[in-house]
Write a protein that binds this ligand. Sequence first.
Ligand SMILES: Cc1cc2nc3c(=O)[nH]c(=O)nc-3n(C[C@H](O)[C@H](O)[C@H](O)COP(=O)(O)OP(=O)(O)OC[C@H]3O[C@@H](n4cnc5c(N)ncnc54)[C@H](O)[C@@H]3O)c2cc1C
Length: 392
Amino acid sequence: MSAINGKKIAIVGAGPGGLTLARLLQQSGAQASVYERDQSRSARVQGSALDLHEHSGLAALEAAGLMEAFWANHRPDLDNLRLTDANGTVLHDHPRRVSGPGQRPEIERGPLRDLLLDSLQPGTVHWDCKLESSEVHGEQVSLRFANGQTSVADIAIGSDGANSRLRELVTPIRPQYVGVSLVEGLVPAAKHAIPELWDLLQGSALIALGGERTIGMGTKPDGSVLLYAGLKTDDPAVRQSLEEASGSDERVRWFQANFKGWSGLWEPLFREAVSMIWRPLFVCPADQHWAPKPNVTLIGDAAHVMPPYAGEGVNMAMLDALVLSKFLLSQDTPGHAIAAYETEMFSRMRSMTEDTMVNTEMFYAPDACERVVALFRSFGGEEAAVPPAGEA
Ligand SMILES: Cc1cc2nc3c(=O)[nH]c(=O)nc-3n(C[C@H](O)[C@H](O)[C@H](O)COP(=O)(O)OP(=O)(O)OC[C@H]3O[C@@H](n4cnc5c(N)ncnc54)[C@H](O)[C@@H]3O)c2cc1C
């Protein structure tokens, strides 16, 4: 008899972690519901493409029986990562392995979410359910949502991302700002809007480095380009001046003021982007630990958010789902399953978080060009574990 026989499972957050978990549990006959703050499934899913790794993201999709759907939706064209300096001088072209042994194929977030949603039983996801508060009452957990609805579950799993509300039930430890923020922007019809940068991108992905700054760019299937401009800053005025910039000229002036020493080559990104969003980066302590709760746990960014400089966030979220589902299906009580999962997760994430922070320091070091190029060269023909502020 498994830990979840006859139990009602509530998963908070319909990101890649939560949806993968729902699929894996439903495949084995469990009663899993997902509560998501987005208004509907068509609410826009933004963000960079993701590369899935053999022993984590792809292994979870394999267990979920979704590899065929994955291959029908992946992006074989994202097959190169170009590194440049702040002048746009090409330092290195890193071929990306999109199939075969050691593959790290890419997929857009929207199609990944869609294929996971399509695999669930109808009515599994409750949209417009932003978790506001939660409480444990004996063997049950009650959830209260911003729309006034409530729900009671036997097991609650937080997959509600970096600002997880369910995390409050599990630990007082909070993610810390890493001292680096990203400015995310989208340039539509980029071939015409930013022709020089479009040519430099060559249809794939690029990271420019220098002066403790980065610019990551990646093509989207609709011909737009997603950009992430990253900078080390603790000054609230830097964010405020970007958010208050009233038009493209002011945004270009913001770039000039905050990317000193960078070529004007990059200015069209700030002129042509339709919107710009400030995204501070957070990390949970590598050695974080808490005593397992009998019926509440966390997966993915809710458990262990980290900066994107090792390209492992989504892969770890999906691997958490795989590991937790296996324990829930094999252990005799939810408490035993949660304890076994968290022991594995803490140990795996300790080194992953440490490695990610080493990469983060490297990308924003004064000698980032030399060090990051050396890192990629050291991979030889192997795929790098580093898709930073972009798309990769
Ligand atoms: C710029 C950038 C680039 C990245 N690039 C990569 C990469 O190349 N490779 C990689 O592996 N990872 C990358 N990551 C990290 C990756 O995006 C995350 O690690 C991954 O999305 C985590 O998945 P998740 O399911 O845990 O959480 P999320 O994807 O954050 O999903 C959380 C879900 O919960 C919902 N939610 C949030 N709060 C509530 C609430 N209160 N109530 C209900 N629902 C809620 C959200 O709407 C969302 O649907 C990148 C991150 C950034 C910021």
